[in-house]
Design a protein around this ligand. Structure first.
Ligand code: ME8
Length: 535
């Protein structure tokens, strides 16, 4: 077990747990995918990590969605939770744990945590009066709301941040002494745990003001679908307190002797920043537990300027996208075009253009160049001969080798900085550099020349195959299927598909390269067929 018997605790990386009030959409897939690519990259570098995901199943939204269908809430949750699991399996999300908030281990964790907060004096009974946004399951101050008109022209109040309608609420609740934790939260922010930095600044601004105490229960006659407050079943635990504790229940809480809490990294969308950057560390600190190590925050996919969301009915269906673009096509697009720092519009035209340019033409072209039987009739890794480099090609070769020498470091910096989009951009540039080198050296002509030309043509082919091996190795976290196709075609043995102790371009510096003279794998056809305009 983690942290037990001298075994290093694997890093715990989490996705948000997803509301089951409707089926998964592209935004959810993006959240899970960003976590997946980080998790797969850690494995590629030889670092163990755990990736947990799951479903958030309690609360009024789910209660209402089940009631609207006349379903038993748990049956409804089981059905939709399974849809998320299936979607994540289809998208090759490599989660190691899946939490449901209706799991008994989770319910036990919530009850234990609640008692701890009570014991530590952080819970008291009070009256909550204010605005409540059911769509966001959030309590809002007057300043966080504004007037608006609904579809029928009625005057309503909505949340400033999400635009969802809010209702006035006044009831006796259990309150959490959030106000007392502001100094400790400010200390935690000093460790700069929130990335990218614009989100850290937002939280710093929020904390410039006093924090009001937070209502952490709802009366059971209003919200019955949830976990009863341990000492008072006339109240239900607030769904966000319940949901956030999933990160602890997956780590084995309350049995933390076996799985110590942390260092944990939570990945989340910017709409749920307040819950993760204020409430969650405050809850942990109040329960004598360390706050999260890192929060990785991402922006949204939008449609015509509006956030894609099920309540706005403007969602893109991932299943349709997989049919059109394949799983790896969709993964590549979301990771390459999406950016944690800014919202991105999803249009089929953009997807088609990007995938045609980068997967079909550039990457597929590079594979074809060095493996097509016309250029590589022996279907093998040729020998690299250092002496064969013609003087006119030396500078270009040096530049190319420098690009590829730097590429793993660049990708590492981007991945550690939560910038998978930049990492993919760097790989794409290197693919293009390798294609350009191949084109300018014209090996297909050199093969028809004398011995020296032929030797250089072999070396050009070797360099192209080796650059493709490095790109495919680095692409594994983003597009595991396509990367495998390439590495299989190049017949790269498993130990040479990782980044640990792998000597890329060894032969060009006179070292032994174990692939030289080896046969390629069997033909794989087109790597990524070009998409037509109407797809
Ligand atoms: O908030 N673009 O669940 P959720 C990108 N249950 N990401 C999006 C998106 C979009 N258009 N729409 C949603 C919840 N997401 C809570 C979490 S965690 C203890 C509890 C992302 O199903 C969103 O930002 O509404 C969030 O990260 C995730 O999907 C889950 O959203």
């Amino acid at each position: 077990r983690a942290g037990y018997g001298g075994v290093t605790t694997p890093q715990l990386l989490t996705t948000p747990i997803f509301y089951v009030n409707a089926a998964p959409h592209l935004g959810h897939v993006y959240s899970a995918l960003l976590a997946d690519v980080q998790h797969r990259y850690s494995a590629l570098c030889g670092r163990g990590s755990r990736l947990s995901t799951g479903t958030d199943e309690h609360g009024i939204k789910v209660q209402q969605a089940a009631a609207a269908l006349g379903w038993d809430p748990l049956d409804f949750c089981t059905l939709v939770s399974q849809q998320f699991r299936t979607m994540f399996d289809t998208m090759a999300i490599s989660y190691t744990d899946f939490v449901r908030t209706t799991d008994s281990r989770h319910v036990q964790a919530v009850c234990h945590f609640w008692k701890k907060l009570e014991e530590n004096g952080y819970i008291y009974k009070g009256t909550y009066q204010g605005w409540y946004c059911t769509a966001d399951e959030a309590f809002l101050s007057e300043e966080q709301t504004r007037e608006s008109t609904d579809a029928e022209g009625q005057k309503v109040r909505v949340s400033l941040e999400s635009g969802h309608q809010v209702h006035w609420m006044s009831e006796e609740n259990y309150m959490f002494r959030l106000s007392q934790l502001r100094p400790k939260l400010l200390d935690w922010l000093q460790t700069e745990p929130i990335h990218p930095s614009p989100f850290l600044r937002i939280v710093q601004q929020w904390l410039e003001e006093e924090l009001p105490d937070l209502s952490v229960s709802r009366q059971s006659n209003r919200v019955s679908w949830g976990i009863p407050v341990p000492s008072d079943s006339s109240h239900t635990v607030y769904v966000w307190l319940d949901a956030l504790i999933n990160y602890l229940s997956v780590a084995g809480y309350p049995d933390l002797n076996f799985a110590p809490w942390g260092p944990s990294t939570h990945l989340l969308g910017k709409d749920i920043l307040r819950f993760h950057a204020i409430y969650w560390p405050a809850f942990l600190l109040a329960a004598d537990l360390p706050p999260p190590k890192k929060l990785l925050v991402h922006s949204h996919w939008i449609c015509n300027g509006i956030k894609m969301s099920k309540s706005l009915q403007n969602v893109v269906d991932p299943t349709e996208c997989i049919k059109k673009y394949t799983r790896d096509g969709l993964r590549y697009f979301l990771l390459r075009h999406g950016s944690p720092e800014r919202d991105c519009d999803f249009t089929h035209d953009t997807v088609r253009k990007l995938l045609n340019s980068e997967l079909a033409d550039a990457l597929g072209g590079l594979l074809n160049r060095c493996t097509a039987p016309t250029i590589n009739p022996g279907q093998c890794w040729p020998y690299y001969q250092c002496k064969s480099v013609p003087p006119a090609a030396r500078n270009e070769l040096q530049r190319l080798l420098a690009t590829f020498k730097e590429l793993p470091n660049l990708v590492d910096r981007y991945m550690n900085g939560f910038k998978a989009n930049k990492a993919l951009e760097a790989i794409d540039s290197s693919v293009r550099a390798s294609n350009a080198f191949f084109q300018s050296q014209t090996p297909w002509k050199l093969f028809k020349g004398g011995e020296e030309d032929k030797a250089w043509a072999q070396s050009v082919l070797y360099i192209t195959l080796e650059s493709l091996r490095l790109c495919a190795t680095l692409l594994q976290p983003a597009v595991p299927g396509l990367a495998k196709t390439i590495l299989d075609r190049l017949a790269v043995p498993p130990i040479y598909r990782t980044l640990t102790g792998n000597h890329f371009f060894a032969a060009t510096s006179g070292e032994k390269c174990c692939f030289q003279g080896q046969s390629l794998g069997s033909e794989c056809g087109l790597l990524y067929p070009r998409l037509k305009a109407d797809t």
